[in-house]
Ligand binder design. Sequence first.
Ligand SMILES: Nc1ncnc2c1ncn2[C@@H]1O[C@H](COP(=O)(O)OP(=O)(O)OP(=O)(O)O)[C@@H](O)[C@H]1O
Length: 232
Amino acid sequence: MDQVTRRFGAAEALRGLSWGADAGEVTCVLGPNGAGKTTSVEIATGLQRPDGGTVRVLGTDPWRAGADHRARVGVMLQDGGLPQSVRPVALLRHLSRFWDRPADVDGLVARLGIDEFAGTTIRRLSGGQRQRVALAAALVGRPQVAFLDEPTAGLDPHSRREVHGIVRETADSGAATVVTTHSFEEAERLADRVVVIVRGRVAAAGTVAEVAGTGGLEETYFALTDRQEADR
Ligand SMILES: Nc1ncnc2c1ncn2[C@@H]1O[C@H](COP(=O)(O)OP(=O)(O)OP(=O)(O)O)[C@@H](O)[C@H]1O
């Protein structure tokens, strides 16, 4: 996306935001609460329309994109948006039928431990369980681009490890894989590239080594965000 702006009333959520993600790479998007990460993911997936700037995903404007484009883009949002009264495996099987070559549902179910709560409706799942179903739902169509909004937030260590493996494999299979996170450890472990968003603008972008420099990602992050806070 290039020079994207988005305002909500008087609040400028995105103030000329420009960043990209390449195929075959994990791009981790970091930034304080309210920086604009979710807004930019929702714009990139066509769920919100930007006020200004240019957005292209697989060469297409996501706001105007049709079903063919949307079938090639996987998205996991923070609040899930899953149907509440369905059981998880039934949901994933149902979704998998939208694609000619879906992912192996049984494999995803086993890896994410979804079989342990297969008989429970989504309404009654714990937060972390629901999140694992939302991740599987985002990836079941083997998307060429995956937007995963805080996929590991609140997950237990085993689930987090499994999600890291799945994210890596998604990128290795060729997908541009965008992951928002508040975890430096996660970004350092997973990311090929890092984008730091502060108050609706990109404060730093590049490989982990480029952004982290000699001091490490955490130190760089605090230097960038403390400075921006001081600029308010
Ligand atoms: N629908 C809306 N109406 C009004 N303000 C909104 C709306 N959506 C987002 N905002 C505001 O836009 C800014 C960016 O929010 P966004 O959710 O993109 O942040 P974020 O970086 O994803 O934060 P977090 O780390 O908390 O998930 C915030 O100030 C938020 O209050």
